[in-house]
Design a protein around this ligand. Structure first.
Ligand SMILES: [Zn+2]
Length: 80
C-alpha cells in the first residue's frame, strides 16, 4: 500500500497557525516525517509532500498513484 502524507501549509511560504514560537507548517512537516518513518518501518511505501498549492499536491498524489492520502494539520490553543 502506498501512503501519501501531506503536511499542511508550506514551510517558508505559508505558516498556517502560529503559537508557542512554532508554525503549523513546521510542526506538520516534522510529525508527517515521523509518521512516514513509522509506517515505512512496518512495510508501507510512503511519500511526504508539502507544497502551498492544493492542485499540485493532488496532482503529485495521483501521479504517484497513492492508495491512501493523509492530510496533516494542527491548531494551537491560546497560549497560557
Ligand atoms: Zn492549517
Amino acid at each position: 500500500m502506498k501512503i501519501f502524507i501531506n503536511p499542511g501549509h508550506c514551510v517558508g511560504s505559508d505558516s498556517g497557525a502560529v503559537g508557542y514560537g512554532l508554525t503549523e507548517a513546521e510542526v506538520a512537516l516534522n510529525i508527517s516525517k515521523r509518521v512516514s518513518h513509522y509506517l515505512a518501518a512496518v512495510g508501507y511505501t510512503t511519500k511526504v509532500f508539502q507544497y502551498d498549492g492544493l492542485e499540485e499536491i493532488v496532482d503529485v498524489s495521483n501521479y504517484w498513484d497513492a492508495d491512501l492520502f493523509i492530510s496533516d494539520g494542527y491548531k494551537f490553543k491560546e497560549e497560557l
